[in-house]
Design a protein around this ligand. Structure first.
Ligand code: AMP
Ligand code: DBH
Length: 552
């Protein structure tokens, strides 16, 4: 038996009652959702993509129900019980959908990791969530070895290693699946925590985001309406499918809600994506800004057949106005900007918005009951139209991160006393109500839409014996948005170490976090405060590197 879910800061009863009475929160659980939709749309095609063996799969909703049922049985077979956490670290393969719906079906809670995460990240997620199982796919990664490394990370904390499930070992063709137990109904209610999503830029303690069926399915249904998802929707997924954006904004869940079709791509290159769009008559796709740029420049050269494409969503990082204007003429589809966060709030430009707002803003929130405050450093509202820090609360925005006791101090600063989430984003609100994301006041780097906590990289670097200090800064990059730059100081007279990327890799850090640049300075610019404020130092270093670009 694993420990029960720790207590989670949640919406006060008054807010819950209001969200229910407004019809936002319903009694539908994810288990209900799986059963009802796969029955309702049984004959329709649900998921197209590669399976764990690299074979093409095409599953109807009935097939999906069957695969989910088997996945649930396989979870039970390794000892996963309802309420247990299951860390899912799969690439964009059809088994991802089966495992997640299977977990929902039996009431286990997926923890949405990435296939690119390694033991440093997976170990944290397992430790914080006390995960009963880790689901991966061997092939690109030696899963047994990774599992051993995760167990090594967990041992000092006295956390039992999770059971390992390798979806590549599943033999779905075998008829003798008698070893798979029958699955009892899931015991979760709609307002119980149903899964844990990751917060970008997870630092010292992994911040896991507890979402319920009531709050999440509200955002999914409302997103489906706003984004006009219906049975004719064919959604291509090129971003890592476990990210909140392709999951829910409107994402694969709204496609399943409406009986549309999901097309999973294992990689996001224009060549692969364009072929899939033509072959599967894809109608919509979600991209991060660097991918939008890459697609546009490739489409100009190749002139692919993208006639089926109706809308292209871009989000995860700020899209520049020039790229925004090129989407329709070059890709032949409507642009929709999406500004969202796994903690909740999602903002969309709407089909009826005038072009200039679609090109220059990140839209307006999903819900009339999303409460937004744009404040200064003292939490006082700024004048209308001015830039300020965005705080938000509402029917699908969490009131606290999940975790053992250590998380409560994080929650005390990440949320206001009256339950507003401090997004860490600087925004301005136009008279039309549209938001523009103008910057950030959190210690995070947004590299091509992947969020990276500066202190995570710094912490791992500082374990290197030759380094005295390390500060990670995001430097503007025309393609990535930001690149990861670390500024380092060694003992005077000591040579600069050359093995830092290897050092980080062997610490078990995902490759996307490995810095793009290592810059050595004899001295760091001084901050005004006597004590080192890392935030101030980071700002100074970013300015310094701007005016003295590194030559390396
Ligand atoms: P996470 O908390 O990891 O889900 O990441 C959400 C963060 O991504 C937001 O708080 C923003 O900082 C950033 N983000 C998402 N979409 C956009 C966008 N369209 N423009 C600018 N930043 C964005
Ligand atoms: O970046 C994100 O996390 C994000 C972007 C767009 C998100 O969580 C979302 C939409 O729901």
């Amino acid at each position: 038996m694993r420990s029960p879910l720790a207590a989670v800061p949640t919406w006060p009863e008054e807010a819950r009652a209001r969200y229910r009475s407004l019809g936002y929160w319903t009694e539908e659980t994810f288990a209900d959702f799986v059963t009802e939709r796969t029955t309702r749309y049984a004959e329709r095609l649900a998921v197209v993509g590669e399976d764990a063996h690299g074979e093409q799969a095409r599953w109807t909703y009935a097939d999906l129900a069957d695969r989910a049922e088997r996945a649930a049985g396989r979870l039970c077979a390794v000892g996963v019980a309802p309420g247990d956490r299951v860390v899912v670290a799969l690439p964009n393969i059809v088994e991802f959908v089966a495992v997640v719906l299977g977990a929902f079906r039996m009431g286990a809670l997926p923890v949405f990791a990435l296939a690119t995460h390694r033991e440093a990240e997976l170990g944290q997620f397992c430790a914080v969530s006390d995960a009963a199982a880790l689901v991966g796919c061997s092939g690109e990664v030696d899963l047994q070895d990774l599992h051993t490394r995760v167990a090594d990370v967990l041992a000092p904390y006295g956390v039992r290693p999770p059971a390992l499930i390798d979806v590549a070992s599943w033999d779905e063709a075998a008829t003798a699946d008698t070893a798979i137990p029958a699955v009892p109904p899931a015991p979760l209610g709609a307002e119980d925590v149903a899964f844990l999503q990751l917060s970008g830029g997870t630092s010292g303690t992994a911040k896991l985001i507890p979402r319920t069926a009531a709050d999440y399915l509200y955002s999914v249904r409302a997103s489906a309406d706003i984004c006009e998802v219906d049975a004719s929707t064919v959604m291509l997924v090129v971003l890592p499918v476990s990210h909140n954006f392709p999951m829910s904004s409107p994402g694969i869940l709204s496609v399943l809600d409406r009986g549309g079709r999901i097309v999973l791509a294992r990689e996001a290159s224009p060549r692969t994506a364009f072929a899939l769009i033509a072959a599967e008559q894809v109608t919509t796709v979600a991209l991060v800004p660097p991918l939008a740029q890459a697609w546009i420049s490739s489409a100009r050269r190749r002139r692919p057949d993208l006639t089926s494409l109706r809308s292209v969503q871009v989000g995860g990082a700020r899209l520049n106005d020039v790229t925004a204007q090129e989407v329709r003429p070059v890709l032949g589809a409507r642009l929709q900007q999406v500004f969202g966060m796994a903690e909740g709030l999602v903002s969309y430009t709407r089909a009826e918005d005038p072009d200039d707002l679609v090109h220059t803003t990140q839209g307006s929130p999903i819900s009339p009951d999303d409460e937004l405050r744009i404040v200064d450093a003292d939490d006082e509202p700024v004048a209308e139209g001015e830039e300020g820090s965005l705080l938000t609360r509402g029917p699908y925005t969490i009131r606290g991160y999940y975790g053992p006791a250590a998380i409560s101090s994080i929650n005390a600063t990440a949320f206001t006393e009256d339950g507003f989430y401090r997004t860490g984003d600087l925004v301005r609100r136009l008279p039309s109500g549209h938001l523009q994301v103008t910057g950030r006041d959190k210690d995070q780097i947004n590299r091509a839409g992947e969020k990276i906590a500066t202190d995570e990289i710094e912490g791992h670097l500082l374990t290197h014996p030759d380094l005295l200090d390390a500060v990670a800064v995001g430097l503007p990059d025309p393609f990535l948005g930001e690149q990861v730059c670390v500024v380092l100081r060694t003992e005077p007279g000591r040579p600069a170490p050359t093995d830092l990327a290897d050092h980080l890799r062997s610490a078990g850090l995902a490759t996307y976090k490995i810095p793009d640049r290592f810059v050595f300075l004899d001295e760091f610019p001084r901050t005004h405060v006597g004590k080192n404020s890392r935030r101030e130092l980071r700002a100074l270093l970013a300015t310094h590197l701007h005016t003295h670009p590194p030559t390396t």
